[in-house]
Design a protein around this ligand. Structure first.
Ligand SMILES: [Zn+2]
Length: 208
C-alpha cells in the first residue's frame, strides 16, 4: 500500500470584520475573512490539525491583505472569532491510538495464552524457541508423561523470529529427539527460551 502524507486546508469560518476600516480604501465593514484550518493527513485520513490560515479581502476595493499587514485591532478581532471544534481532524490519530491499544492487548493475550499452555503441554504442541546463540527454531511435543516431556526438535534454524512459524512443517521434524523434565520446560519458558506455543486444533494428527 502506498502511504501519502500531506496537509490539507479546510474552510471552517467566513465572515465580515465589523466596525473596522479597510486599510486601503478606508471604508468600514467591507473586510471579509475566511479562516482555514490546516491538518495533516495520512493517505487522506486526517491525523490532526497543525495550524490556521486566514485570508482577508475588501469587498469594495478588492484588495487582499496578509494577517500581518492588518491593524492590531483587526488582528485581535480575527483571533477572537469563535471557531467550531473539528474533531474529525483527529480521526487518523484516534484510529492509530486504537490500533496501538489493540496490538498491545493482543500481545498480552498471546503472552497470557503461552503462560497458560506452558503448564499443560500436550502432544502436538509446537514450541517456538530462542537459542542463546541468537538463532530461532521450534520443537514439537511428541509425548507427555507425569514428569517428562518428549519432543522432536526442528531440523532447521531461523535467523529472524518471524521466520519460525514457517519452519513448522511435519517433514522438518525428523530425528532430533530430546526429552525434558516438566521443570526443565518451565525453566526454559522463564528464561525466555520458549517464546511462543502453538496448539493445534484437537483432531489434528501427525503423519510422521
Ligand atoms: Zn478596501
Amino acid at each position: 500500500m502506498m502511504i501519502l502524507v500531506g496537509t490539507r486546508d479546510s474552510n471552517i469560518k467566513n465572515g465580515t470584520i465589523l466596525k473596522e476600516k479597510c486599510p486601503k480604501c478606508n471604508i468600514e465593514n467591507t473586510l471579509h475573512f475566511s479562516i482555514y484550518r490546516r491538518y495533516t493527513h495520512l493517505t487522506l485520513i486526517p491525523l490532526f490539525p497543525v495550524g490556521k490560515l486566514v485570508f482577508v479581502h475588501c469587498s469594495h476595493c478588492k484588495e487582499t491583505f496578509d494577517y500581518e499587514d492588518l491593524s492590531e485591532n483587526i488582528q485581535l478581532k480575527l483571533r477572537n472569532e469563535k471557531l467550531n471544534t473539528t474533531p474529525w481532524m483527529f480521526l487518523g490519530s484516534i484510529i492509530l491510538v486504537a490500533f496501538i491499544v489493540f496490538s498491545i492487548n493482543k500481545y498480552f493475550d498471546k503472552k497470557n495464552e503461552t503462560s497458560t499452555l506452558i503448564k499443560n503441554p500436550i502432544e502436538g504442541d509446537v514450541y517456538n524457541l530462542k537459542f542463546s546463540n541468537g538463532y530461532y527454531s521450534n520443537m514439537r511435543i511428541d509425548k507427555v508423561t507425569k514428569d517428562s516431556v518428549y519432543t522432536t526438535h526442528n531440523d532447521f534454524d531461523a535467523y529472524m523470529p518471524y521466520e519460525i512459524d514457517d519452519l513448522d512443517k511435519p517433514e522438518n521434524f525428523s530425528d532430533q529427539k530430546v526429552y525434558y523434565s516438566r521443570r526443565d520446560i518451565l525453566n526454559l519458558y522463564h528464561e525466555d527460551e520458549i517464546i511462543k506455543i502453538i496448539r493445534k486444533p484437537k483432531n489434528f494428527t501427525f503423519t510422521n
